[in-house]
Write a protein that binds this ligand. Structure first.
Ligand SMILES: [Zn+2]
Length: 220
């Protein structure tokens, strides 16, 4: 996947440039950089922080309007924190959408009448824990399979006592799948999904569903 990077983009933290655009490639200093934080910032740079993409309300008309970033495919369903999956939304729309898929939220917003809306929400809350997993909702073209031995991981992966690890283990046992795809840069450097990599290694699972950011490069 190629993500759109604003030309001349830089991201500073504590006086250091920790990410910048060069010839269409986003270069990231791994040791400083928080991947999620940079993805949020790139999205704001690209899509602005003034307008809600769902209801159209604008900060120019209402200074108090708070704009947040919504995960179009919800995080709880494995939606990744990358610009194509992030969209500026006002707090109201973001909390109304909750963990609905884009289709569910589109359907919800078309409903006229409060009573009908309430019925839809009731049904949604009743079924939300059973709804389809990311393998069924994320665009297929985002995902490829990566052989685990091709991955580069800079941090020491040993800790299996974390809650994240326990959740990954439970999810895998239940669904025979990981809770989300991992995210890597153009060289196979892992940007997101360390616990999943650890779980796969420990259980000799050879391939992991992956989102490859072809124009992102970790530099040292
Ligand atoms: Zn809104």
């Amino acid at each position: 996947m190629i993500i759109e990077i604003p030309k001349g983009y830089t991201y500073m933290k504590e006086g250091n440039i920790i990410a910048f655009e060069e010839n269409g490639i986003l270069k990231m200093q791994r040791r400083h950089g928080k991947f999620d934080e940079i993805m949020y910032d790139v999205t704001y740079q690209q899509k602005g922080r003034d307008k809600c993409y769902y209801c159209g309300r604008n900060r120019n008309e209402n200074q108090l309007l708070k704009i947040t970033l919504d995960h179009i495919y919800p995080r709880s369903l494995g939606g990744p924190t990358i610009p194509p999956n992030l969209i500026p939304a006002c707090r109201k729309c973001n909390s109304l959408k909750e963990n609905m898929t884009p289709e569910q939220f589109r359907a919800y917003r078309k409903i006229k009448g409060e009573q009908q809306k309430d019925l839809f929400r009731k049904e949604y809350f009743r079924t939300k824990y059973f709804q389809e997993r990311w393998v069924h909702i994320l665009p297929e073209e985002w995902i490829s399979q990566t052989t685990i031995s091709d991955l580069l991981v800079s941090i020491d992966l040993h800790d299996t006592s974390t809650i994240k690890y326990k959740r990954t283990k439970e999810y895998y046992a239940r669904c025979q799948q990981f809770p989300s795809p991992i995210i890597i840069d153009c060289h196979g450097f892992v940007l997101d999904g360390f616990t999943i990599v650890l779980y796969a290694k420990n259980n000799r699972i050879k391939e992991i569903p992956t989102i490859v950011l072809e124009n992102v490069e970790v530099i040292f």
